[in-house]
Design a binder for this molecule. Structure first.
Ligand code: 5GP
Ligand code: MG
Length: 180
């Protein structure tokens, strides 16, 4: 593991080693295993691209029968005065009556997750919860409670383990934080 890495114009230093991430993923998986043991085939819905590595490690620790799928939030310019609209793409099949667990890499202000939750709620699932690898408590201001948070961090910018800086750094197994 290199202590300092360069991605484009910024330098990053190691903040959370892979072993610590693994412990946090195990702990959140334990909670899910307890809470969903008696639920009918819950659906894990990962948000691309950032959640791919978290989902991969998390799902291996899940002991109940489950389904897994990935979706993407795409931004496009509205044709009228609506500004930037985010739409959910890649969801195939109805989720009515299903227990849905949204898997996110990081919840910051909560804008992205709010879009996702509203979109999914219109489709009448039995329940919706969010399971995020990282949560920024000082930044999150939305009403929807984020029930499953593997780790909490301050208002800093991190990369690695799926998270990118201008598309770089997703493959790093440790988490790095930007340095001044
Ligand atoms: P929100 O909509 O909650 O403000 O932001 C969520 C999205 O912003 C995340 O899914 C992620 O793509 C990006 N993001 C927020 N904070 C960070 C960070 O510290 N590092 C990286 N790489 N992306 C972040
Ligand atoms: Mg994301």
């Amino acid at each position: 593991m290199k202590d300092i890495i360069q991605l484009r114009d910024r330098k990053f230093r190691v903040m959370i080693p892979a072993e610590e991430i693994d412990r946090a993923v195990c702990a959140v998986a334990d909670r899910l295993n307890a809470d969903y043991a008696d639920k009918e085939t819950p659906l894990f819905l990962g948000i691309l691209n950032g959640s791919f590595m978290f989902m991969s490690d998390l799902i291996k620790k899940i002991e109940f029968q489950n389904e897994l799928s990935f979706v993407k939030l795409s931004s496009y310019e509205g044709t009228e005065s609506t500004g930037v609209v985010k739409s959910l793409i890649g969801l195939n099949g109805p989720i009515e009556g299903r227990h849905v667990i949204i898997v996110e890499d990081i919840v910051d202000t909560g804008k992205s997750i709010e879009h996702m939750v509203h979109d999914l709620q219109r489709r009448n699932p039995a329940s919706i919860e969010v399971c995020t690898l990282f949560y920024k408590p000082e930044s999150y201001k939305k009403p929807f409670p984020i029930k499953y948070r593997a780790m909490e961090i301050g208002n800093e910018f991190i990369v690695g383990y799926g998270l990118d800086y201008e598309q770089l750094g997703r493959s790093l197994k440790d988490i790095y934080v930007v340095t001044e």
